[in-house]
Design a protein around this ligand. Sequence first.
Ligand code: MG
Length: 254
Amino acid sequence: MAIAKVQELGLPTCQVYVDDFEFERAGRLRQALDKRGIEATSLVIGGPGKEVWDFYEGPLTIGLVPPNTRAARIAHIKKASDFAKQCEIPAVQTHCGFIPEDPNNPLYLETVIALREVAAYCKRNNQNFRYETGQETPITLVRAIQDVGLDNQGVNFDLANLILYGKANPVDAIELLGPYVQGIHAKDGLWPMNPKQLGEEVAIGKGKVDFPRIIARLKALEYRGALTIEREISGPQQMADVLAAKVYLDTLIG
Ligand code: MG
């Protein structure tokens, strides 16, 4: 099972993706984490319904921004929060969508209201609610967090997404997101040179993320959270890339 694989890779922490919140499953997950000595730093969720990771259907399908799926997704996040509580996982994490850049856009206010509802629910469960970066610019994300106004919000800083979506250089973004960073996806990628297609995700070290500068900045900020390696392929190459990334990051962390 997945938790055993995390242990085999020599990783002390992981994030757990779940899409079925059965009570019995929570117990099995907790047991597996305890047995392997792995700390699950967040519960990652998405959906329900279609989410398309691109520039065109993405704004219409991802996260809490699209009105037609919003109510179902609020309900889904609340279920996830209850599941995370059962497994003693301290945070719920998701992509909130292409949060509008223009705060006068009615969709912006609607999204903030939805975010406040789910973040407040997580707060009642003594959890943090974490925004995974990607579809919005860093300043828009910080504005939304401040407008939501709750103290249990944080950011899962996906270093590559900002590049894949052409939103920011993560080295610069950290200046804005720094106070909110609670988790990190160590991932690499290329800029979207074709403006109609996301940039390509690549193995760590082969893309545009400046890991030496990012790690140095995180050290300066006294970041103490996890660095979770993310490689969005499957099979043996995924394992090989994760292992190589671990070796590389260990060297930088020192
Ligand atoms: Mg990610």
